[in-house]
Design a protein around this ligand. Structure first.
Ligand code: ADE
Length: 228
């Protein structure tokens, strides 16, 4: 998979992708992430990518020209399954969108900034808009990083335990069950006996029951419409 990210703050993203699992995914050539500076596509002598809003009002608006130029250039190199614009008014990102996007070959993420973006970009140049939550960030870079992380870790081979991505919280709309490691007892706090029993079927049943109980207690909204 390949993800191209277009941003006015590429430095912010460079360090994020230079570490941890994402670095490993890139090193193993399971995922390629390329970050592009939108200013490189500006023809303005100060490399500006924003302008005043027609009709007045506070805040600068991202202009369409450098964005169109960047997208045209990248589209001439890669065929994108989706061109995503990060915005608080987009569809809320969740595990099922991450699963879907992890099966794609080429994604482009355009990071929003300033007060907004010329509406014609949204109308004509992007295929979907995604929000990472009901709050407003100063820019879309963190949203691009969050989405890329959630997507890339699902690619087979990226995380060492192949099955662990499938037992994450939110897969099957259930929160993950509790986990424990050694010691079996610490300051009198014991690991549940069933986990030490060696009885695989009982352990699996216990984990499922715990997931269900946790979800009912902490996130009952996830159970609406779920098949559990
Ligand atoms: N840009 C600003 N806020 C955002 C959000 N909540 N999600 C995605 N992009 C954003």
């Amino acid at each position: 998979m390949r993800i191209d990210i277009v941003s006015v703050l590429p430095e912010l993203l460079d360090s994020f992708f230079a570490h941890s699992i994402l670095k490993r995914a890139r090193d193993k050539q399971l995922a390629e992430v390329a970050i592009h500076n939108l200013r490189d596509y500006s023809t303005d002598k100060f490399r500006r990518t924003d302008d005043y809003a027609f009709g007045g009002g506070a805040g600068m608006v991202m202009t369409i020209e450098p964005i169109d130029r960047a997208l045209e250039h990248l589209k001439s190199l890669y065929s994108y399954d989706e061109i995503i614009y990060t915005s608080p008014d987009g569809k809320p990102f969740n595990q099922s969108i991450a699963n879907e996007l992890s099966t794609k070959k080429n994604l482009l993420i355009l990071c929003g900034h300033y007060k907004g973006i010329d509406q014609r970009v949204r109308d004509h140049l992007v295929t979907r808009e995604i929000s990472i939550g009901d709050y407003v960030l100063t820019g879309g870079e963190l949203a691009a990083a969050v989405m890329s992380d959630a997507i890339i870790r699902l690619i087979p081979g990226v995380i060492s335990d192949e099955t662990s991505a499938l037992s994450d919280s939110f897969q099957d709309n259930l929160l993950a069950p509790p986990v424990y490691t050694r010691p079996a007892e610490y300051r009198g706090w014991k690991v549940p006996d069933v986990l030490l029993s060696g009885h695989a079927a009982r352990i699996e049943q216990w984990r499922h029951d715990q997931s269900l109980e946790r979800t009912k207690r902490l996130r009952p909204d996830l159970l609406d419409g779920a098949d559990n």
